[in-house]
Design a protein around this ligand. Structure first.
Ligand SMILES: [Mn+2]
Length: 276
């Protein structure tokens, strides 16, 4: 059984659904998705409704009856933990802070945390070959941050978490404490960097922040820079199908987009071919 963690609000739920469809396609081992969500008084982003999570579970089970989904609404706990925090409104969304509470809720030993702007390109079983027994987390370097911030600065979009170990070392609790004290630009990514000491660095194919290669396991649709034909900072997500086609030139997920529209008729539709 492969344990996956997604944590977010409802705004980006279709990213999770799209990613789950890629996991259903490539990963043959049963998958247990831990879905954490919340809504808080200082943000107008709604939580993922339980009905949507229930539907996603049904879809997963239609691929393999052994697949599982557990839904965690941590609103009350989150409200209490972050209401006075200088980081309660991070650069992107408070939703990204949810994962910091995961060791308190999940009862498995290891989990693969995935951002919502992620698609898999081959089987997650590749993680089984990565030894994190004596480590807190498996991480991949941040493509840009390793030049600009620090050589070993990692990208927190994919984290292979040894929950047993981090409960021992209190790594996530340390990260939460750091966020109480000071405002960080990359909030929890920087806090996770500062709070961790036992890291396994994984190859870029586990969090590919550039072009998809033949051995890529996970493609991260994070912010990127292109220098030619002119300098451009871009940030196109996998559900922005028109840009995925025209700018990123990726067509390998076209069957997934079609499947999404068939299997999730009640969720936000994808904009086929719409130029913005
Ligand atoms: Mn991301």
């Amino acid at each position: 059984m492969i344990n996956i963690l997604h944590s977010s609000n409802y705004k980006v739920f279709r990213g999770i659904c799209l990613n789950v469809l890629t996991i259903m396609k490539y990963t043959k081992e049963p998958v247990h998705l831990h879905l954490m969500t919340m809504e808080v008084s200082w943000s107008n982003e709604p939580k993922i409704p339980k009905e949507s999570a229930d539907h996603l579970r049904e879809v997963m089970k239609s691929f393999n009856p052994l697949n599982e989904l557990t839904y965690y609404d941590i609103s009350a706990d989150f409200e209490k933990r972050f209401k006075d925090s200088p980081n309660r409104n991070p650069k992107y969304t408070p939703g990204t802070l949810i994962r910091l509470m995961s060791p308190r809720y999940l009862n498995c030993d290891k989990v693969i945390y995935l951002d919502t702007d992620i698609m898999t390109c081959s089987s997650l079983e590749a993680f089984n070959d990565i030894d994190i027994e004596t480590k807190e987390i498996g991480v991949v370097k941040d493509y840009m941050g390793r030049f600009w911030i620090k050589r070993d600065y990692f990208n927190a979009g994919v984290l292979y978490i040894n929950l047993k170990k981090v409960r021992e070392t209190q790594m996530f609790e340390k990260a939460l404490k750091l966020l109480d004290e000071k405002k960080y630009y990359f909030s929890d990514q920087t806090a996770l960097y500062k709070a961790s000491s036992l890291r396994r660095y994984m190859p870029f194919r586990f969090n590919e922040q550039r072009k998809i290669k033949s051995d890529t396991v996970i493609k991260h649709f994070c912010k990127g820079i292109r220098y030619f034909p002119f300098f451009k900072i871009y940030n196109y997500k996998q559900w922005d199908v028109a840009k995925v086609h025209s700018f990123l030139k990726i067509t390998m997920f076209d069957d997934i987009y079609k499947q999404y529209e068939e299997l999730f008729p009640n969720e936000a539709p994808l904009d086929y071919g719409k130029e913005k």
